[in-house]
Ligand binder design. Structure first.
Ligand SMILES: C[S@@+](CC[C@H](N)C(=O)[O-])C[C@H]1O[C@@H](n2cnc3c(N)ncnc32)[C@H](O)[C@@H]1O
Length: 344
């Protein structure tokens, strides 16, 4: 259900939902050593309302930061949910506590006008990006591909929030394969609550006042973390019965990451959630199979070279093709699968 929220938000470019301080804290505590002496940029953040600004301003001395820059997109309105009506934006520079009260005061924070609307792609924002060592924010989901492309182009370190579906984007997946980007620690239960006015479709038990629940959100980073070097402990053994092969690809299907057999050396198709446990010293990522192109049980299987489906895959921005299995005469299409192989 909550995924529907995100899809709707993407379609309508509803990017106005805000990260809670608690979620920022929970992730950032794993990265402290990276920030000493560094300039941090939050470039999708109205400093007057963003918890990213709050986090870095209040932890400035603790982290040993050199400089904090935040830029605000379009609106100059203090209302958290204003509709970006004003074209002129501001940026803010904080260089730490000067008067010894350990609190970022108004007179210590330099608020400067930007010439344009504060779009992260604008020339003046790119100048600020060049100055930064690490970029940390929750960027607009509707511009996620462009946002990441820019970080990579300018060779920045980053820690940003996005949706796990982005793993399958043709612009993002190769970066994961090349070890230029990986997943951070993530949100509890794989879902986040964001401060928002958008309608929440979460069930009563999951609903929080003034927030939307988005499942599948996660953190993307290229900063080193311990987790990425921890081996996944595997205990199951391979049997052909339990791990059927795909019909159109020489790989076995695995429905749950914890069921990866410890003794299979060929290619394995694992759920997207495997990425949370990925250790590049343990496994190699070979590709991704995208499910959900409308193939249902009993429908004639498509050939990967079939033009219509190829086009559809490209349109969706997905990599590689669909994978399917046969159960008697029935075609079974699993969810999307990451294709991995154990490292020798
Ligand atoms: C998902 S919200 C997150 C806001 C804030 N970073 C936070 O986490 O609380 C994304 C923000 O990006 C802003 N935004 C949208 N398009 C932008 C652009 N082209 N350049 C910079 N910011 C943009 C939106 O106004 C919105 O406030």
């Amino acid at each position: 259900m909550a995924n529907k929220n995100l899809n709707k938000a993407k379609e309508a470019k509803k990017d106005e939902f805000y990260t809670q301080l608690e979620d920022i804290n929970n992730e950032l505590r794993h990265y402290r050593e990276h920030f000493r002496g560094k300039t941090v940029l939050c470039n999708c953040d109205d400093p007057r309302v963003s918890n990213f600004f709050t986090y870095f301003a209040y932890n400035f001395e603790f982290l040993g930061l050199k400089k904090l820059i935040t830029t605000c997109y379009k609106n100059q309105n203090m209302d958290l949910f204003s509709q970006n009506e004003s074209e002129q934006a501001v940026y803010l520079v904080y260089e730490g506590d000067k008067n010894g009260d350990h609190i970022p005061n108004a007179e210590e924070i330099g608020v400067m006008p930007l010439k344009g609307d504060g779009d992260f792609r604008s020339k003046e924002c790119i100048e600020l990006l060049k100055e930064a060592d690490i970029v940390v924010t929750n960027p607009p989901f509707s511009l996620f591909r462009e946002y990441v492309a820019q970080l990579i182009e300018y060779e920045k370190k980053f820690l940003i929030i996005g949706h796990q579906n982005a793993i399958k984007y043709k612009e993002i997946f190769p970066l994961i394969q090349q070890n230029k980007l990986w997943l951070g620690y993530g949100f509890k239960g794989g879902a986040g609550h964001f401060i928002s006015h958008y309608e929440d479709t979460a069930t009563a038990g999951d609903h929080r006042e003034g927030m939307i629940r988005v499942s599948g959100v996660t953190w993307f980073t290229n900063l080193e973390i311990k987790k990425r070097h921890e081996n996944l402990i595997l205990y199951k053994h391979y049997t052909p019965e339990e791990y059927p092969k795909f019909e159109n690809f020489d790989a076995i299907n695995i429905n749950r990451t914890e069921d990866i057999p410890c003794d299979y050396n060929g290619v394995m198709g694992v759920p997207i959630t495997f990425m949370d446990k990925y250790n590049p010293e343990q496994f190699e990522i070979l590709g991704v199979g995208i499910a959900g192109l409308g193939l249902a049980a009993g429908v004639k299987p498509y050939k990967p070279e079939h033009k219509k489906y190829r086009k559809e895959i490209q349109k969706r921005g997905a990599v590689d093709g669909d994978l399917y299995m046969m159960n008697g005469k029935e075609v079974v299409v699993p969810y999307s699968r990451i294709l991995i192989q154990r490292k020798k």
